[in-house]
Design a protein. Structure first.
Length: 286
């Protein structure tokens, strides 16, 4: 089955290209340390230098190499997107599985909590949580990257929870679950070994959408000044510094904006490929 899914995924040409693009972005971000310039080194005499053979993406108003800052920013943005998505999916799966499998008062309580989180004004809560967490004395919260990951995960688990709950409500009534229960299977075994594996496809597709959304959210927070704090570069913070130079030095906004665009597009196409690959009706007809 796994080979069939992989074969169907790579038949989606745009998804296959997207995997290559995303893999390239990850590789260059991981090896950003080999970039020719330090992303925080300032050279005022080279400020706002247009792209050339020395500075491929030009320099900013402080003379910092934009190419190096883009590479390091990609490391941060991709890490925030991946980790926050993992945490939100994990929490959403737990809440949705418990709610959908057991039903009753537990379902009502968990879904009312989920509904409450869905009503929060996202941007306002993101900014408020960011300011609050940074005031805490816990050492781990002094790292602005950790704060952004926690904020995004805390406000994005509701959609996978809703998705998984709906899947569990359908699957728990299937014959294979009834048969396993009749044979003495425990609730934990039924959830983990029988129902959850049948939800992997939709969860993975949801995860790609979550990751794309997380990268955009992180970029937006950093752009507004409430995300990852300077001097750590991110695509959003680079965009923020470019807004005052948009006509004088357009490359400052173009390159980080293009990186956000191409990354989100690649992740979305991967999601399309996964959706087609896990489609049970298409798979069974081959």
């Amino acid at each position: 089955m796994s080979r069939l899914i992989l074969r169907r995924f790579f038949k989606h040409k745009l998804a296959a290209i997207a995997v290559s693009v995303l893999a390239l972005l990850v590789i260059v971000s991981v090896f950003a340390g080999f970039s020719p310039y330090n992303p925080t080194d300032q050279a005022p005499t080279n400020s706002l230098k247009a792209p050339d053979s020395t500075h491929w993406f030009g320099t900013d108003e402080l003379g910092r190499d934009v190419f190096s800052r883009i590479l390091y920013g990609g490391r941060v943005s991709l890490a925030v997107g991946l980790v926050s998505t993992f945490l939100s999916i994990l929490l959403g799966v737990v809440v949705g599985a418990l709610s959908g499998y057991f039903g009753g008062w537990l379902d009502s309580a968990l879904m009312r909590i989920t509904d409450a989180f869905l009503t929060f004004p996202t941007i306002f809560v993101l900014i408020l949580l960011g300011a609050f967490l940074r005031e805490q004395q816990l050492f781990i919260l002094q790292n602005s990257i950790v704060v952004v990951i926690i904020i995004i995960a805390a406000l994005s688990w509701m959609w996978p929870a809703r998705l998984v709950r709906g899947l569990f409500l359908v699957l728990r009534e299937k014959e294979f679950v009834t048969a396993s229960r009749a044979l003495g299977g425990s609730d934990a075994r039924l959830i983990v070994r029988h129902i959850l594996p049948n939800c992997v496809g939709p969860i993975l597709v949801s995860g790609t959408l979550q990751m794309a959304s997380a990268i955009i959210t992180e970029s937006g927070l950093s752009y507004l000044g409430f995300g990852v704090q300077p001097p750590t570069p991110t695509w959003g913070s680079i965009l923020s510094t470019a807004q005052n130079q948009v006509f004088r030095a357009p490359w400052l906004g173009f390159f980080p904006g293009f990186m956000i665009f191409i990354t989100v597009m690649a992740i979305n196409y991967i999601g399309d490929g996964l959706r087609d690959a896990f489609d049970p009706y298409v798979i069974h007809t081959e």
